[in-house]
Write a protein that binds this ligand. Structure first.
Ligand code: FES
Ligand code: FES
Length: 187
């Protein structure tokens, strides 16, 4: 699932290589270049180096710090965001390659009046966290699963969260939160 970030990185490199072979090299960077991102429904105009990851662009340039950098190498899921409906590891996705796509972070889940998303509320209600570093990624991944499968089975939820790791070992309560959120979201 979260291999999407790494895979798309490889695809971007392959595509660039093919394009170079056909049309000659098109240099971008290494200095700052304009990058436009649609994050949580808002347009962000940035000037960043092409090598900047989606996670760094959003945390360091847009000051949306909800999603965490933990491993920074596509293994833990703490940085999970939703890009055009699919979960990605934002630490392993270049910001420049997701221009024109709809990006959602944990920061954008609450409603305009500040009410938590049902998944966020479920994590609070079930005490589904300890240190909390993994929590934003688990919350985003849970939202993605339930948007895809509103009546998700335990197995579907488990599969949807299998790219995320909780080093505190709170998996039982995380699953409890996801199952509870499923019923709340369904009403
Ligand atoms: S911080 Fe991105 S996968 Fe761990
Ligand atoms: S609550 Fe600490 S890593 Fe999950």
């Amino acid at each position: 699932m979260k291999s999407a970030g790494v895979t798309s990185l490889a695809t971007a490199v392959t595509t660039a290589t093919v394009a170079q072979a056909q049309t000659g090299p098109r240099l971008v960077g290494p200095g700052d270049v304009p990058v436009t991102l649609m994050v949580n429904g808002k347009r962000l105009e940035l000037k960043i180096e092409p090598r900047v990851t989606l996670l760094d662009a959003i945390r360091n340039r847009a000051d949306l710090t909800g999603n965490k950098r933990v491993c920074d190498r596509g293994t833990c899921g703490a940085c999970t965001m939703i890009v055009d409906g699919r979960t990605v590891y934002s630490c392993s996705t270049l910001a420049i390659e997701v221009q024109g796509k709809q990006i959602r972070t944990v920061d954008g889940l609450a409603s305009a009046n500040g009410a938590m998303h049902p998944v966020q509320q479920a994590f609070c209600d079930t005490d589904g966290l300890m240190c909390g570093f993994c929590t934003p990624g688990f919350v985003v991944a849970t939202v993605a699963v339930l948007e895809k499968h509103p009546n998700a089975t335990r197995d579907q939820i488990s599969k949807g969260l299998d790219g995320n790791i909780c080093r505190c070992g709170t998996f039982v309560r995380i699953m409890e939160a996801a199952m509870k959120a499923r019923t709340v979201a369904r009403g």
